[in-house]
Write a new protein. Structure first.
Ligand code: DC
Length: 225
């Protein structure tokens, strides 16, 4: 079973994707972490984001792996554990920039399909183009969204928990900038994939969204049986 979760940042994709993967015993793939790993390779190599060929070459040459399970996902870049390092604002912005590069996207989509297809019981993938490009025939597609202020508030609380000191206004501006780039890029922009279940999480708590998602999955399963 393939479950696709798309949506803008801060809509709850990662938390809910992990919860679903655990509940249903499926592999969990955070595809944003892969773009972040690629972005870190570019930053470390000192390549300019304007240099499209250089960016594509650096990312294609890099070995990017996700290991572990939904509780404890480890991101490896050329064998080095970069799980914590890719969670900075700098890497988030860099990931959004390298993700506009078509050669980079082709590479990532190829890796994601390989990993998803290899997963014996199936896979939960979350990102921006899962239901539209990576697995357009996914068994269930979700599009999670929320008001920008609600998404920024969650991100702000999360960052505070990790000891970071951006203000709420900075977090909101960062989220808006990234969303704008993600929805307006030419290649695979963030969009609501055909056939997806759209859930606005602004006013819902996590458990409510989780129950809604599980209900949709059960309904699809029984319709397919
Ligand atoms: O979900 P995230 O914040 O970790 O993603 C980082 C960036 O990667 C995001 O700004 C857009 C890009 N991305 C993408 O283009 N396609 C995906 N499937 C996942 C992420």
């Amino acid at each position: 079973m393939i479950i696709a979760i798309d949506g803008p940042s801060g809509a709850g994709k990662s938390t809910l994707g992990k919860m679903l993967a655990r509940e249903l015993d499926l592999l969990y793939l955070d595809t944003g972490a892969m773009y972040r790993a690629g972005a870190l390779a570019v930053l470390r190599a000192g390549i300019s984001f304007e240099d499209e060929t250089g960016v594509a070459e650096a990312i294609t040459a890099a070995s990017i792996h996700l290991t572990g399970n939904s509780e404890n996902l480890t991101v490896l870049l050329d064998g080095e554990d970069i799980t914590a390092e890719i969670r900075t604002l700098e890497v988030a912005q860099a990931a959004s920039r390298v993700s506009t590069n078509s050669a980079v996207r082709r590479r990532m989509v190829e890796l994601q399909r390989e990993m998803g297809e290899r997963a014996e019981r199936g896979c939960v993938l979350e990102g921006r183009d899962i239901g539209s490009v990576v697995f357009p025939n996914a068994d269930v597609k979700f599009f999670l969204t929320a008001e920008p202020a609600a998404r920024a508030r969650r991100r702000f609380e999360e960052d505070k928990g990790k000891g970071r000191t951006s203000t709420f206004e900075q977090t909101l501006a960062e989220i808006n900038e990234r969303d704008e780039r993600d929805v307006s890029r030419d290649d695979s922009p963030l969009q609501i994939p055909e056939g997806s279940e759209v859930i606005d999480t602004s006013e819902l708590d996590l458990d409510e969204v989780f129950e809604q998602m599980l209900a949709v999955i059960r309904e699809r399963k029984s319709a397919a049986a």
